[in-house]
Design a protein around this ligand. Structure first.
Ligand SMILES: *Cc1c(COP(=O)(O)O)cnc(C)c1O
Length: 397
């Protein structure tokens, strides 16, 4: 009998499947949704939305937080708020998600793609200034994996040329540049609560406004171009169509779900960071032997446990590593096909080759990282990563 149990355990172990992501529920989500339903207010900007806005404004010192239906929508609001026009140029890294660029392309802007740093997939601030022309309107940064960009360098260039700074903070919840929360540094910032992020609402996002001059217009754009928000505050006697806009605000059902997550943010962050650290420690051996590079943390940056990645020496090794892990039931993925080479933009891209963006496209691999992942599973994944590299190395011609 004992032998059977052992065999079963071994069998279960061999057949384990570790997904890439699994959305975490704190347990309060449906209760809060029921509460919103019972209160008879399920459209946007009810009690739960207000609680979420307050949470972010108090915890991170954001001037104004406004929930949106996605980070993509928050980025579209950024493009509208800075009055993006055809002919404007917007600088951003090529190594990013498509929404970073789409938001500005929708307003007719040209995207000037910047390369990534050698050490991190973040925008290379040393090569930033040469991308600026009289048409440049804004610099959009992406804090990849929640690791902060060099914001002093970005702000310095932007101030000297009179440009807006926008943070695509989709990866950046609860992370910092020195002591400053990410999302609080640019004129405007955009967060995501998509189910693959640290704190989730299914689909959801948030616009953060740090320059108060944008607050009133943001409320109008978000409410279909009407002054309805000011009307509900009793500031105007009727609400009217006063500007362009759209319906960027999420329902109370989304906000109720999100608030349940925010109540547990410390617990979520603690676990995710501990898993991230475990990967980092266990895979240090791979970096020491020059098999692969681990995430580099600049002196001003913090880890927020959003995603863990490795950088393989070449594309073939990366793809073989993913296949090896898949055969062991581990779902690792690669992402961000650099946008300057995309079918939609490559004809429009005039900036030449961006070798580091291409390098990350070819060589970066993301390992599973989600709240319910166990330390034992991380160890199993790391063992498989290390044995892949050792074997690959021993088989060199
Ligand atoms: C996830 C993500 C987005 C888009 O977020 P949505 O909420 O899905 O619109 C934008 N930018 C980056 C860098 C992202 O990772």
């Amino acid at each position: 009998m004992a032998d059977y149990r052992k065999m079963n355990r071994k069998f279960a172990f061999m057949n384990r499947q570790i997904p890439f992501n699994k959305p975490f529920l704190t347990g309060k989500e449906t209760q809060y949704i029921e509460q919103a339903v019972a209160a008879g207010k399920i459209s946007g900007d009810g009690e739960f939305s207000i609680k979420c806005h307050r949470f972010f404004e108090h915890r991170y010192g954001f001037t104004k937080a406004l929930l949106t239906t996605s980070c993509s929508d928050a980025l579209e609001m950024c493009a509208l708020l800075i009055n993006t026009q055809p002919g404007d140029e917007i600088i951003m890294p090529a190594y990013t998600f498509v929404s970073t660029a789409n938001a500005f392309v929708l307003r007719g802007a040209s995207i000037v793609f910047a390369d990534s740093e050698h050490n991190t997939p973040n925008i290379d601030t040393e090569k930033l200034e040469r991308l600026i022309t009289p048409k440049t309107k804004a610099i959009v940064v992406v804090h990849y994996a929640g690791i902060a960009c060099n914001m002093d360098a970005v702000t310095d260039v932007a101030q000297r040329h009179g440009l807006y700074v926008i943070e695509d903070a989709a990866h950046s919840i609860d992370s910092y540049y020195w002591q400053r929360p990410l999302g609080s540094i640019g004129h405007l910032s955009a967060f995501s609560f998509h189910e693959t992020k640290n704190v989730i609402a299914g689909e959801g996002g948030m616009l953060v406004i740090n320059d108060p001059k944008f607050v009133l217009r943001a409320e109008i754009l978000r409410e279909k171009g009407t002054n309805r928000t000011a009307f509900f505050r009793g500031e105007v006697s009727r609400y009217e169509w006063v500007d362009i806009g759209s319906s960027f605000l999420p329902s109370e059902l989304t906000a109720a779900f999100l608030f349940a997550q925010l109540e547990q943010i410390d617990q979520i962050q603690q676990k995710r960071i501990a898993l991230w650290n475990r990967y980092y420690e266990r895979l240090a051996a791979a970096e020491a032997r020059h098999y692969a590079r681990l995430p580099y943390l600049p002196p001003w940056s913090h880890r927020n446990g959003h995603l863990f990645f490795l950088i393989c020496p070449d594309n073939n090794t990366r793809n073989r590593l993913i296949a090896h892990l898949r055969a062991k039931g581990i779902y690792a993925v690669f992402h961000y096909l650099a946008l300057h080479n995309s079918p939609y933009y490559q004809q429009k891209h005039t900036g030449g080759s961006l070798p580091m963006a291409t390098h990350y496209t070819n060589c970066l691999v993301r390992l599973p990282l989600f709240y319910e992942l166990s330390f034992e599973e991380v160890d199993y994944i790391c063992d498989e990563v290390l044995s892949f590299f050792t074997e690959a190395h021993n088989n060199l011609p």
